[in-house]
Design a protein around this ligand. Sequence first.
Ligand SMILES: C[S@@+](CC[C@H](N)C(=O)[O-])C[C@H]1O[C@@H](n2cnc3c(N)ncnc32)[C@H](O)[C@@H]1O
Length: 326
Amino acid sequence: MSQTRSSVFFASTSPGLSDVGVRLSDSAKSSNLGRNGRKSNPGAPSVGSNSIEDTNPSSSPRPWHLGRVYAEQYQDRSVVDVYHLRPWYPEETFSLLAELCDPVCRRVLDVGCGTGEIARRLAPRVDHVDALDLSPAMLAKGKDSPGGDAPNLRWIHGEAESAAVDPPYGLVTAASSLHWMVWAIVLPRFAQILTPGGVLAIVYEHASGPPEPYANQLGKLILESLSDRGIAHREPWDLIEELQARNLFVVTGEALTEPVFQEQTVDEFVDSIHARTNFSRERMGAESAADFDSRAKDILLPAYPTGSLRMSVQMKVVWGRPSPTH
Ligand SMILES: C[S@@+](CC[C@H](N)C(=O)[O-])C[C@H]1O[C@@H](n2cnc3c(N)ncnc32)[C@H](O)[C@@H]1O
């Protein structure tokens, strides 16, 4: 896997930012090159027996840091307000997703859609998108954002595990969201609502952080802030591996979009950290958040004396078939 500086930054030195802490599994890495130069592995190998836990998902709890209490941070006003400052999806993400949608059913379900960063930009390329999320605040912002009122886009408030949806779908997308869901329920559910030619596409980001030694200093500050607030350190983990260990997902392909450069101010970059898990300003408290911001800016401004920074952003897409049962 090509690894940008930032995935190291967020995944290794900022373990509390759990929605960026996903890494690719070996089986995804070893897929063969397929059509359009994308990696593809239609006859994917069966899921290996080297499970990190047992293969019965009902007795394999997800990592503790993915509990509902953490997912609910996306209901906080302060998170929603700065959510758009997280790295945004390069255009190539959407051509790839449109290509993955079953040609006989151009209907998409985007689970954990948030403000619709995927749903709003995919809607013009397919027949219909259902965009589902459990946070009313994220949905409300999505509806008011560009493309949020497209006639072929329907916003659904609810849980991916149980909300009423309208199958069949030729594609289910989960962008920085599947880790929050109850895998033993949602993967079999996706298998039921997908067409025979449809796939689940899991999308997550690789965005560069500041250069060393600033990244290291910022990483330490992040860990310190978590520890001061009693939030335990967690080990790096791998979403695809976790799904495969539970026999819930068979990878058939993967792609990494070309790097694109995105610019933002140091202030915006620091704000964007507050759109990450465990950095909701509401939950940190005003004083702790202000102290974190001022220390983060003290670290970053020497690296970016003009006050603006340039990030290299790529998206990783791993797709395949969810298992109908476990
Ligand atoms: C990091 S955001 C990703 C939003 C969007 N997909 C994107 O890429 O920008 C994660 C989203 O998953 C939603 N979420 C978490 N658990 C969920 C569940 N069980 N069902 C539906 N949505 C869920 C959260 O409310 C949040 O909006």
